[in-house]
Design a protein around this ligand. Structure first.
Ligand SMILES: Nc1nc2c(c(=O)[nH]1)N[C@H]1C(S)=C(S)[C@@H](COP(=O)(O)OP(=O)(O)OC[C@H]3O[C@@H](n4cnc5c(=O)[nH]c(N)nc54)[C@H](O)[C@@H]3O)O[C@H]1N2
Ligand SMILES: Nc1nc2c(c(=O)[nH]1)N[C@H]1C(S)=C(S)[C@@H](COP(=O)(O)OP(=O)(O)OC[C@H]3O[C@@H](n4cnc5c(=O)[nH]c(N)nc54)[C@H](O)[C@@H]3O)O[C@H]1N2
Ligand SMILES: [Mo]
Length: 776
């Protein structure tokens, strides 16, 4: 698939490169959001839709999981509570383009497999359930009942329920997620892999082991009232643009910001707030006080040096730096930890981070001077081999100065998908604790399996060796989001059954199993009417706020079913009509699902009433609420984390795969990575000028990327992705960057983070080879 036939859609020769931006948002952001919305929805629909985003009476933005202002924190929602990229996400879903049976009659699956992800997504909303039967070349329409029967029959014929895997992407509502995990567990498996396995899993593992709960400890108000915010491995200008307004508030209140990133991302440097006249036309607010241009994978070494400097500073003036009272009463393991970090190996630190000692000492000084510190992080930390250890070191840093459970401070893993955190709360997890499984059994009088299921990477291994033969996906784009594309696609094609519940066409639909189904569903923006009347759903944001979301648009087609209805009807086909769970009631009235959520999910008592509060409610978080740490020792754990340098042989680069400004994960909106100055092309590799010269190339050269991976048995594996254009870019030395998902073929399935099993998408050893034009 590397050299997919040009389809008049993406032409790499059209690449235009300008200067990387020095500021995010501003007037261009406003104009782009309006222009894209009009293109997809027309003016009338745009005017009706955009004002509903993130409003109490409207729907939760299907973009990122950044929270909304809350009245109980003294903040009001603005009339336009969305960003450029949220507007693009809405336009993508609310588009007026449609694809139905005639589209699938026109294109064979083989033809569709030649198209780019961008082209597939642009065709419009899916409108009818479709089936590709064994041996056929085209998807054909199928009725809903027949579709559920076909799926039930195929699943029932498996050797065991564990031969099926049920994937979830993080847009699914709490109601759909709760019903879905119940269906899967009643069917008999815990194989519930999700996008989180590839996303913030490292955060969940690290936080659970150190503070006893896998979610962040801050509210929006905490972030905005911090003295110091560290932003590690995150590009908020593109991926969480509303966070920039919060960072702007930090600056206005006299706080400081440290950005740690191999790239000088525009959104970290300066922000022009499109909500304010001065932001539209003025210079905006400078954000980062300190920009640490770190080498990929160098964060643990940096954090170790910082924790070491704090401990040493307190040794010199005891009691002035560390929060001794907090450490004594709330933590465990300090002495051993402190002994380890006191020895800062500066040569090794400078090598691993590419930063100089003075800058690291300046950052340590800022940490010491701050009474309220927040650390935010995202994929630059989690998708690393030592992701879990790195985040544990973030926790150490915060514990030293008692920055958990103190206003204006705390841990802030910035989640990706708008409801990825809620899906976990609802039980979408292959390793749900015993207490949850027991509660399910008591609530419904069913038995569910207790042995752990498979995560995303394990499912891929399972497909390869025949242990997994069916994939059901609630949203997402499994084929493109997972690593090692060539092997993954082969694995999918080897399945007996693949089923995708989707809003838009994507790559996963065109690498089908023996039998494949596409089940079209309502999106977040659309009205959801069931027998008992109009329904709303609930979601949980990155800061544990649970609230309602109500779609207002007319559904893209009269044939669509909601995700909840799809789950309930599949359950009835698969589990039989006499099942103890009242699936019909669930579908008729989502309040009935919420009643059961209240009975099963910790922290959700009285759910139906509390989600009807205007701003919803906040999930309990013992460390944040009362400095209580539900760990084995009942205390927050200091841990010892030893950096392991990443070996990059001479002539190789360390490649990260990241998002452009014009995509939502595998959905490509367009070809403008505006803040980075890269236009009209996606097969590009960003490399530092000095490295380009050292490797004997020139800016603009066409190269093939070859990843090099030594498997656990010492065998060297190579993976190829062809025809990338070199773009000279001010990234850290020795590092490179290319867009996800185009670069996924390079990420080895075996390269995963320790403990969290998250694919290492941010550190792939690659070499560049001049691209050989094929002749003839
Ligand atoms: N518009 C838009 N919004 C989105 C998404 C989208 O695709 N489009 N995706 C959503 C999802 S699911 C997620 S998870 C989030 C993702 O949000 P981000 O994590 O911001 O997304 P990435 O593009 O993967 O960017 C990772 C950042 O980490 C930096 N980085 C890479 N390696 C390292 C490293 O070793 N150390 C440090 N310190 N930094 C490093 C990169 O330069 C980049 O700035 O965004 C969510 N929001
Ligand atoms: N190399 C590399 N790989 C990565 C990453 C990376 O940084 N680098 N990031 C990883 C991360 S952080 C994540 S979260 C995953 C994302 O992985 P996924 O969540 O699997 O992928 P998405 O691209 O978000 O899924 C897009 C599809 O979701 C469907 N969809 C959209 N809205 C809805 C809806 O409301 N309901 C339903 N049922 N379907 C809907 C549409 O059909 C659309 O095509 O990718 C991971 N993969
Ligand atoms: Mo994500």
């Amino acid at each position: 698939m590397d050299e997919r036939a040009p389809d008049g859609d993406i032409d790499e020769d059209a690449l235009r490169v300008g200067e990387p931006g020095r500021a995010a948002a501003g007037l261009t952001g406003v104009l782009v959001s309006l222009q894209r919305s009009r293109e997809h929805m027309g003016l009338g629909r745009t005017v009706r839709t955009l004002p509903l985003i993130n409003q109490r009476a409207g729907f939760d933005c299907p973009g990122c999981a950044w929270p909304d202002p809350r009245e109980d924190e003294g903040e009001r929602r603005k009339p336009a509570e969305f960003c450029e990229n949220g507007a693009k996400a809405v336009a993508e879903e609310a588009t007026t383009r449609r694809i139905g049976p005639d589209f699938f009659a026109r294109y064979s699956v083989a033809e569709l497999a030649e198209r780019t992800e961008h082209w597939l997504g642009r065709q419009g909303r899916l409108t009818r359930p479709m089936i590709l039967r064994r041996g056929e070349s085209h998807y054909r329409p199928i009725g809903w009942d027949a579709a559920f029967e076909a799926i039930a029959e195929s699943l029932s014929s498996l050797g065991s329920p564990d031969e099926a895997a049920f994937y979830t992407s993080g847009r699914t509502s709490n109601e759909a997620a709760f019903a879905y995990q119940l269906l899967v567990r009643c069917f008999g498996t815990n194989n519930l892999p999700d996008c989180s396995n590839m996303c913030h899993e490292s955060s969940g593992v690290a936080l659970t082991e150190t503070i006893g709960i896998g979610t962040g400890s801050v509210s929006l108000s905490d972030v905005e009232h911090a003295d110091l915010v560290l932003v590690l491995g995150q590009n908020p200008g593109t991926n969480h643009p509303r966070m920039l307004a919060s960072l702007e508030k930090v600056k206005r209140r006299g706080g400081r910001i440290v950005a740690v990133n191999p790239l000088p991302e525009a959104g970290l440097l300066r922000f022009r707030n499109p909500q304010k006249p001065s932001g539209i036309v003025g210079r905006g607010t400078a954000l980062a006080d300190e920009f640490a241009q770190i080498r990929i994978g160098g964060d643990l070494a940096l954090l170790r040096a910082l924790t070491g400097l704090l401990v040493l500073a307190d040794d010199e003036a005891p009691g002035t730096v560390l929060d001794q009272a907090f450490i004594e009463s709330h933590t465990h393991g300090f002495a051993e930890f402190a002994d380890q970090v006191r020895r800062v190996d500066w040569a090794a630190t400078e090598r691993a981070t590419g930063l100089d000692r003075e800058q690291i000492e300046r950052i340590a000084r800022m940490l010491i001077d701050s009474e309220r510190t927040v650390v935010c992080w995202a994929m630059g930390l989690t998708q690393q081999k030592q992701g879990v250890a790195t985040i544990k070191e973030v926790v150490n840093l915060m514990l030293l100065r008692g920055m958990i459970g103190r206003p204006g401070s705390g841990l802030c893993p910035v989640r990706g998908h708008s409801n990825v955190q809620g899906d976990r709360t609802m039980g979408i997890f292959e390793k749900m604790p015993e207490s949850f499984l027991g509660a399910l059994e008591r609530e419904f009088g069913v038995t569910v399996p207790h042995e752990h299921g498979m995560d995303t990477v394990e499912v891929l291994h399972g497909m390869h060796d025949g242990r997994v033969r069916a994939l059901i996906a609630m949203g997402g784009n499994f084929a493109s989001a997972t690593p090692d594309t060539e092997a993954t696609e082969q694995a999918l094609r080897g399945c007996a059954l693949t089923v995708h519940v989707s809003t838009k066409l994507n790559r996963s639909h065109v690498v089908p199993g023996d039998t494949a189904l596409i089940l079209p569903t309502l999106g977040r923006t659309e009205r959801d009417v069931q027998e008992s009347g109009e329904q709303f759903v609930t979601v949980e944001d990155s800061m544990s706020v649970v609230h309602a979301s109500r779609g207002r648009l007319r559904p893209a087609s009269g044939h669509l079913l909601s995700e909840v209805a799809i789950v309930c009807r599949l359950a009835r086909s698969l589990l039989g009509e006499n099942h103890p769970v009242q699936w019909e009631e669930f579908e008729r009235d989502y309040d009935r699902i919420r009643d059961r959520i209240a009975g099963v999910v910790p922290g959700c008592a009285d759910y139906n009433r509390r989600v009807r509060e205007p701003d919803g409610f906040v999930m309990p978080h013992p460390p944040r609420d009362s400095r209580t740490f539900p760990t084995a020792t009942g205390r927050a754990e200091f841990t010892v984390n030893v950096p392991e340098p990443i070996e990059v042989p001479a002539g190789r680069l360390l490649l990260q795969t990241l998002r452009s400004h014009d995509q939502y994960n595998t959905t490509i909106y367009g070809l403008s990575d505006r803040y980075r100055g890269i236009e009209d092309a996606r097969r590009v590799v960003m490399v530092n000028d000095a490295d380009i010269a050292e490797l004997g190339f020139t800016d603009g050269d066409l190269v093939d990327l070859v990843s090099e991976w030594t498997d656990p048995h010492g065998g060297l594996e190579e993976r190829h992705a062809k025809r990338f254009r070199i773009v000279s870019y001010p990234t850290a030395r020795g590092c490179a960057a290319a867009y996800y998902p185009e670069a996924n073929p390079l990420v080895p399935l075996g390269s995963v983070a320790d403990r969290s099993n998250t694919p290492v998408s941010k550190a792939v050893v690659v070499r560049l080879e001049a691209h050989q034009h094929s002749v003839g």
